[in-house]
Design a binder for this molecule. Structure first.
Ligand code: SF4
Length: 499
């Protein structure tokens, strides 16, 4: 195989194996245009790298302006000379190629490192110090592999310089996680083998509907195919892994929906490894809805909602690139009468902690003024961010105060507590966008998405154009109204038991 495997290919493989295949073998004209948000991510990554490099205190050799073979020859020469820090180099073997941002020499070897405009760890919380990210680890492993093969490294150590200015060591001999038997290095080796098969066309990949599709440039192309194939991953939450378990016996959604569930149950188990009877019942019910055997959404159990004079529909907007919350938006309604509805936003004027703290205080006081009222939000995201803000600004709300707020029966995660537990819908996902659109709600913006909103916010920071601010607020208001539309839709759902 002539094509060398790069860190970018491994990154794509981790996101979705089919993306790796399509990027390599499908006609690029079939791709969706890159979104403004994707461009922003790129630009942001480049800007952050430039800033880190320009602030670097120690001297380094800059090879970033060279390309291809020349870059590589200069990198090898610099490593042979023992240059302590090399920026923007290139290393390769017959099979692999990598461009680590940094190559840093210690007493015995070179360690590769990347500058990332994201956090170097995932899952950091009060109770966990977090762990390396798979897509970073696998890229680091590729660099280490090349350096070892070229005899510039002996250990399997590398590092990430992250958005918080931290140097995080990625020791690839460490286990991937508490539950995993594999080390990061073994995960890399397995992935490399699969990537080789995909690139050599010895392995067929298939599209799979899931979270990675949101920002993928093959989204329209794949969704058409998935619908045509009536693919099982169109069933919300089923995903690639469970499809692989089921596909030998059930190769599409229509077939699954038409078969009686009893055909897939043997004693107290299903015939599919790792899928329990209640989970299969749930997927089967969803398949029947999507196949239009059951045509209308329904509630699986009687739904009890809090009864208060005032309801607040709450949605926040954050900028993950700056780890910053720039908007808390509320739609306030009284006596369940939508004509009383009013939008109340708390928006930052500048990107600084004082402003972030100010709107957090204002939003909290606003809620307190109306309490007791019902507060609706969608998915645990708002709760996660508020907990983070409370840790950052502890004088505003104590952790226990916030805990009891979110534990109150009047504060409802409409997705986790209601939609996911008690309802079924004929849609490909249970996002508030899909469900509210199903109920006939239209966002006023022509391309509404949280990702786009972040891009608008970045543009607003640059030029403070009031039209952009209006667009951000209008989008957030529509997200809040969509929740109210969904709530009303839920109240009207017929009651039906799955079996
Ligand atoms: S759209 Fe989804 S399935 Fe298709 S390549 Fe992208 S991530 Fe994979």
């Amino acid at each position: 195989m002539e094509l060398k495997i790069s860190a970018n290919m491994l990154y794509n493989y981790v996101q979705c194996p089919h993306r790796l295949y399509l990027d390599q073998f499908e006609d690029p004209v079939m791709r969706d245009p890159e979104t403004a948000f994707t461009k922003l991510l790129w630009e942001n990554g480049i800007d952050y790298e430039k800033k880190v490099v320009s602030d670097m205190k120690k001297p380094f050799l800059d090879l970033s302006r060279y390309m291809g073979i020349e870059k590589e020859t200069r990198t090898r020469k610099a490593m042979n000379e023992g240059i302590p820090i090399i920026y923007g180099g290139r290393i390769s073997t017959d099979l692999l190629v990598g461009e680590p941002d940094l190559l840093v020499k210690n007493d015995h070897e070179y360690l590769p490192g990347d500058i990332k405009s994201g956090s170097g760890l995932e899952g950091e919380s009060e109770s966990s110090e977090g762990k390396p990210k798979l897509h970073y680890a696998i890229q680091m492993a590729l660099y280490v592999d090349i350096l070892q093969k070229l005899h510039y490294a002996k250990s399997r150590k590398s590092f990430i310089y992250d958005i918080h200015g931290r140097t995080i060591m990625y020791d690839l001999d460490n286990s991937k996680g508490r539950k995993s038997q594999l080390t990061w290095w073994e995960v890399y080796q397995n992935s490399l083998e699969t990537v080789q098969k995909i690139l050599g066309q010895e392995m067929i990949t298939n599209p799979s509907h899931g979270g990675s599709c949101k920002l993928c440039h093959w989204k329209s192309y794949c969704i058409k195919q998935l619908i045509l194939l009536k693919d099982l991953t169109l069933i919300p939450e089923l995903g690639r892994k469970k499809r692989e378990t089921m596909v030998e016996q059930v190769n599409n959604l229509l077939f699954f929906a038409k078969k009686p569930l009893s055909e897939f149950i043997s004693g107290k188990k299903t015939v599919f490894a790792g899928i329990s009877i209640p989970t299969l019942e749930k997927y089967h019910a969803r398949a029947k809805l999507l196949a239009k055997i059951d045509k209308v959404p329904y509630a699986k159990t009687r739904i009890k909602l809090p009864q208060t004079d005032t309801e607040l529909f709450f949605d926040i907007e954050t900028d993950p690139m700056h780890d910053f919350c720039y908007l808390h938006g509320f739609v306030e309604r009284h006596h369940a009468d939508s004509s009383t509805e009013k939008y109340v936003p708390f928006f930052v004027n500048n990107l600084n902690e004082k402003e972030e703290e100010r709107i957090f205080i204002d939003a909290w006081h606003y809620i307190k003024q109306h309490f007791p009222c019902t507060v609706y939000y969608y998915s645990p995201y708002e709760k996660i961010i508020w907990k983070k803000l409370a840790r950052k600004y502890p004088e505003i709300i104590t952790s226990s105060e916030l805990e009891s707020f979110f534990n109150s029966p009047l504060v409802v995660d409409l997705y986790t507590d209601i939609v996911k537990k008690h309802t079924e819908w004929p849609t490909f996902s249970y996002s508030v966008k899909d469900l509210a659109k199903f109920l006939g709600f239209q966002w006023r913006d022509k391309s509404p998405s949280g990702a786009e909103s972040i891009e608008w916010y970045h543009r607003w920071l640059e030029n403070k154009n009031p039209e952009i601010k209006d667009r951000i607020l209008q989008y957030n208001e529509d997200d809040c109204i969509a929740m109210r539309v969904l709530l009303e839709g839920i109240k009207k759902l017929p009651l039906k038991t799955i079996k």
